[in-house]
Design a protein around this ligand. Sequence first.
Ligand code: PLP
Length: 341
Amino acid sequence: MTEALHDREPTRVLLANQPTRGHWLRYGTQVGARIWIKRDDHTGSELMGNKVRKLEYLMAEALSEQATHVITCGGEQSNHARATAFAAAQLGMKSVLVLRTDDPASPPAPTGNILLDRLVGAELVWISRAAWRDRNRLLAEQADKLRAAGARPYIVPEGGSNALGSWGYIRAMRELVDDLATIASTDHPVTIVYACGSGGTGAGLILAAKLWKLHERGIRVAGINVCDDRAYFVAAIGKICAEAEARWQLGANVTPEDIEIVDGHVGLGYAKSRPEELATIRDVARADGVVLDPVYTGKAFHGMVTELQKDPQRFGSAVAFIHTGGMFGLFASPETLAQVL
Ligand SMILES: Cc1ncc(COP(=O)(O)O)c(C=O)c1O
């Protein structure tokens, strides 16, 4: 981080094991590509994955406001919601999770992340897909209810993806620049590839890449969306970057052209897997002993490999794939993955 940027960095609370390590994947040689992986799935155990980096800043703000409760939202198997609930417990706060499900009247079984949410004592509020469109109002309602009962709530937005949370991946880029100094000496250019779900990881990476003019060093950043589409994420990431710019005057001036989203790999839809995606998860586990998750990293990784098979130079000479976590999602429906074993 440059001195000027360091001065603007908001306060953070230490939650993640970092820097995370990285290594080459043998699986890459099976598909004729050089694939290096950054193990952000090793940022912790209960708190593993990309969300922890964002939560360092968000929870620091919650602490500074002397919050007693943290409220957030997500899909029923949300990694972000689970990570937020554990971060809250580790810091002595309670949590309320507003979770989207098909039928709120009969909530899903306690598997995967839900089991952990329940274990850590989070209050779960189930809402329908239709009500999800109104999630920000519902979060505010939960906050009002807690305030009326004398508590001090702090709202973490969906995915921890706002300007403050984006600092997690501005900071992570500092690690990546060091990581890539080794890779880029032999492989040039290099693309950093990540799974894009709500845009916060992308916003941090893109802000940092722009600030440090990484394209001049042959380093690109590309997100593979696992839901919605390219236009949605160019707008969502652009909005987070603009908010960060307004709040900290970073001088990055991110434009839509800076936001590379590789669309076309959502497949059957968010959190729905095709057999070929599951087969990639299996093959990476068998080649390298690395576990990808079905909703985010497995889908994005499969999309990346599909692109590389069409054009081996699609991402330059090598790819740096960020493993953003999500392993507990595997245990939500083990029968699905078992089909390819
Ligand atoms: C494991 C995992 N990877 C990637 C993402 C996507 O990150 P972001 O929401 O910052 O786009 C998420 C959450 O949405 C996640 O849980």
